[in-house]
Design a protein around this ligand. Sequence first.
Ligand SMILES: Nc1ncnc2c1ncn2[C@@H]1O[C@H](COP(=O)(O)OP(=O)(O)OP(=O)(O)O)[C@@H](O)[C@H]1O
Ligand SMILES: [Mg+2]
Length: 320
Amino acid sequence: MSLTTPVSTTLQAAAVPLVPAAAAPALDLSIEAVGKQYRRGAWALRDLSLRLGPGVLGLLGPNGAGKSTLMRILATITQPTTGKVTWNGADLARAPDAARRVLGYLPQDFGVYPNLNAVEFLEYLAAVKGLDGRAARRRIDDLLQLVNLAEASRRPLGGYSGGMKQRVGIAQALLNDPQLLIVDEPTVGLDPEERVRFRNLLSDLSGQRIVILSTHIVSDVEAAASDIAVINQGQLLAHGSPEALLQAAAGQVWEWVIPSAELPAARQRYLISSTVRTGDGVRLRAVAEAPPAPDAQPAAPALEDAYLRLLARHRNRGAA
Ligand SMILES: Nc1ncnc2c1ncn2[C@@H]1O[C@H](COP(=O)(O)OP(=O)(O)OP(=O)(O)O)[C@@H](O)[C@H]1O
Ligand SMILES: [Mg+2]
């Protein structure tokens, strides 16, 4: 297990690639027509293909979309029913140990031992992962600095806030300096300030690795992701840069003002992405292919609009 790559002790410095470009390892994660059926149940993933290189992928989808299922497959916790995943060409299901050596995973339901402090907890997990004790100890100190928990590192985890526990979660996922870092809904339950701090931490960590971050909150990926994949009902609806997703919604976002009393009916009728009360009623923002009202003005799409549009198109296609 390599623990030779030093962890930068400031978030600023961590943005610098940890490995010189010339020596950069191959990073190629290929998800090939993956399907997952839970025992006798419905398909949680269907024929999903995605190819990833270094950077932060935001995996965006509503509840039950299949995000955690996909992440558990990538983390070698479970295997696909159909299709396969390869890491630098090697089948994950056939050689899970090789993948686990380069993998860091923060599960959605990450729990801590409340009576241990951060150092004890990370030492325990380092031992479970088979890391050398001395090197692990140094790395734990660095990681606690990185996630801004050095001061609190001797306090029992039971007294930590949600955000602090999530940062311990990230630290444990980074123990082996992973080339593939998978974090499942890490911002759930965090207050706005913690959420921003966490997003910044994730984008600082990208460098020479693949980071996959799942969420159902668009603003989480807006800030941190270099690439976005939208999934719903186990299917991939779109994969591309934030700019490409925005471009696909160009000319389909509109704003206009209606009397407040008409809002409930408008909600039924239009695909509304936001509403703002104004002096003369409610300003609607909606996604539609043609102007939804005579006085509707075109607006520049935001990621939230693009996401809503993809989900609505998918729903409509299903209904058809
Ligand atoms: N262990 C399991 N056994 C049976 N069905 C499961 C299991 N885990 C997930 N599912 C089902 O698979 C589908 C996808 O679930 P998954 O947890 O992957 O979605 P998700 O996108 O992570 O949702 P959330 O945003 O709520 O975390 C859902 O219909 C879910 O009920
Ligand atoms: Mg989930």
